[in-house]
Structure formats: structure tokens, C-alpha cells
Write a protein that binds this ligand. Structure first.
Ligand code: HPA
Length: 288
């Protein structure tokens, strides 16, 4: 299928808990997209954000639905990513709430994960599972797009908001929160934060070759840690989420309008590097 709406400059924002609407986005229209994998979490919202030279086109989709009714294990991740790709999104910025495992990731911290560990099971996690398609193994060594991560760091700097650079996101199945022992195990595995929606979302974006980065909001100490030693306070989560989403919007407002240009520049530099390789070089896979 071909992209039907692309102007070549469309950027997607996938909202998470606390971000079912993107205030500041001038909404132009909503559109229901059907995909071979079923229905996305809701109609896509098309709008625009102010940019230095005019406007930046944005497509927004809240992964839990506009009424926050879809739990993490029921999200149709394939339909969401397929729909964003179908309408021509060039990049996806995903916003996700997490529990903090690493000591410095206190509630209210904003983090730019650079790695992910998948503990989910049973979620449809690939587009390549039909009998007609060849077996396909994507490279996923670095699960988040480096150019978009750099753009987010730059955007946070412009907005004057602190953003922790790097961290390992553990994705658990949900919808229940973890036990203290499970969090201890994740910490031993090297995880720094825990959420329920990072996978298969990130991998599906990679299967589509769609640059993807996540902005994680720490809304609680993970089970058994800090203030969550005996229990996680759900009322505290809602308060922290509300406070932090204003900062998330400010970072995205600075980042999103520069993302496509940054991707184009990165691709051009990559292209130059590849064309400077001598003949027979393994980058091009030239067998001679
Ligand atoms: N665990 C899993 N997912 C989460 C948490 C948590 O503690 N907080 C927000 N999303």
C-alpha cells in the first residue's frame, strides 16, 4: 500500500498514559485508518505545530485510545505502526510512562532510553508472520533511532528542560504492576526503568524502517524501591503524570519541527560515506 497523505514532512507522536491529547497542536482533521492488522487505537489526529519557518505537520495517536480504555496487552501495536507508516509519517516520537528502577530515576524525571529488554509474551510482534512472506530478521542492536534521540536531547536543551540521556527500558506484560522481586530481577538484568508498552512497538517501527525514539516519564519508583517500598501509590502517579506532560509537550514542540531535517541530513551523510567506500566493500554487499 502507498502513503496516501504524505507531504514528505509528517512526524508522528504516539501518546501514552497522561497524553491522550496534545494541547498546543492545532487540529486540522481526524481520520479513521483501517489496516491489514485491524484497527488502530483510534482515529489519527492530523494537526500542525508552529515551526521556525511556518508549520510542522503532525499526526497524533494515543496508544491507549482517546478515553484511555485500551490496556497495554490489548493495544493493537501492529495496526498503530502500520497506520502511521501508511499515512506517510517520517518519524515516530513515542511517549511512555515508566517506573524508575535506577536510583537517580526519581518520579518526575524524563529519560531518553537507549536500550530495551522485552519481557512480554503473546503479543503479535511482527509484520512478517504470513506464510507468503520470506523469513525476515531485522537488525535491532540499537533499538532507538540515534538521530531522533539527538533531536530530543537538543529539543530538551532548547526548552531548558533536563532529560536523562540513556537507560535500559524493561517492558513487562502488564496490566498489573510488578512485584518487588520481579523488579530486583529486572535490576540484575541491567534494566533502569520499567514500562508496559515499549514492545513490540519499537520493533514494529524498525520492521517498517520507520525511525522511532521514546521519551520516558518516570511516574513512580518501581515496586519495592524508594517511596514504593511497600506499595505504589496510584494517586501519586496521576499527579506526577499531569505535571510531567507539560514538560514533555514543551520538549516535543522544540524537537518535532526539526526532526525531518535532521533525518535528511543524517541520511545524506550516510550516503556520502557509502559512496566513498571502494568497490567491493562489504557495506554495499558487492560480491566482486
Ligand atoms: N511498572 C510498569 N509500568 C509502569 C510503571 C511501573 O512501575 N509505572 C508506569 N508504567
Amino acid at each position: 500500500m502507498t502513503a496516501v497523505h504524505s507531504s514528505g514532512n509528517l512526524v508522528a507522536i504516539l501518546g501514552g498514559s497522561g497524553l491522550a491529547r496534545f494541547e498546543g497542536l492545532e487540529v486540522l482533521r481526524r481520520e479513521v485508518i483501517r489496516t491489514p492488522f485491524g484497527e488502530p487505537s483510534g482515529a489519527l489526529t492530523f494537526g500542525r505545530l508552529p515551526a521556525e519557518s511556518g508549520w510542522q505537520e503532525v499526526v497524533f495517536l494515543p496508544r491507549h485510545g482517546y478515553g484511555h480504555t485500551i490496556p497495554p496487552h490489548d493495544i493493537n501495536y501492529r495496526a498503530n505502526l502500520w497506520a502511521l507508516n501508511e499515512v506517510g509519517a517520517r518519524a515516530v516520537f513515542a511517549v511512555a510512562s515508566v517506573g524508575g528502577i535506577r536510583d537517580d530515576l526519581l518520579p518526575g524525571s524524563l529519560v531518553l532510553p537507549d536500550q530495551i529488554i522485552d519481557y512480554t509474551h503473546g503479543r503479535p510482534s511482527t509484520f512478517f508472520d504470513s506464510a507468503e512472506l520470506p523469513v525476515t530478521h531485522i537488525d535491532f542492536t540499537l533499538p532507538y533511532d540515534g538521530t531522533l534521540r539527538a533531536a530530543l536531547l537538543d529539543g530538551a536543551g532548547r526548552a531548558g528542560i533536563g532529560l536523562v540521556d540513556g537507560g535500559v527500558y524493561a517492558c513487562t506484560p502488564g496490566p498489573r504492576l510488578e512485584t518487588a522481586a520481579e523488579i530486583e530481577r529486572l535490576a540484575r538484568d541491567g534494566a533502569h526503568m520499567v514500562g508496559m508498552t515499549g514492545m513490540p512497538e519499537a520493533a514494529l517501527a524498525r520492521e517498517l524502517d520507520l525511525p522511532y525514539a521514546a521519551l520516558a516519564v518516570v511516574v513512580n519508583a518501581a515496586a519495592g524501591r524508594g517511596a514504593s517500598r511497600l506499595a505504589i501509590s496510584v494517586t501519586d502517579i496521576a499527579r506526577i503524570q499531569d505535571e510531567a506532560m507539560g514538560l514533555v509537550r514543551a520538549i516535543l514542540a522544540q524537537t518535532v519541527p526539526r526532526a525531518v531535517c535532521a533525518l535528511d541530513q543524517a541520511r545524506a551523510v550516510q550516503g556520502v560515506r557509502v559512496s566513498l567506500q571502494p568497490a567491493g566493500d562489504p557495506v554495499k554487499g558487492n560480491p566482486s
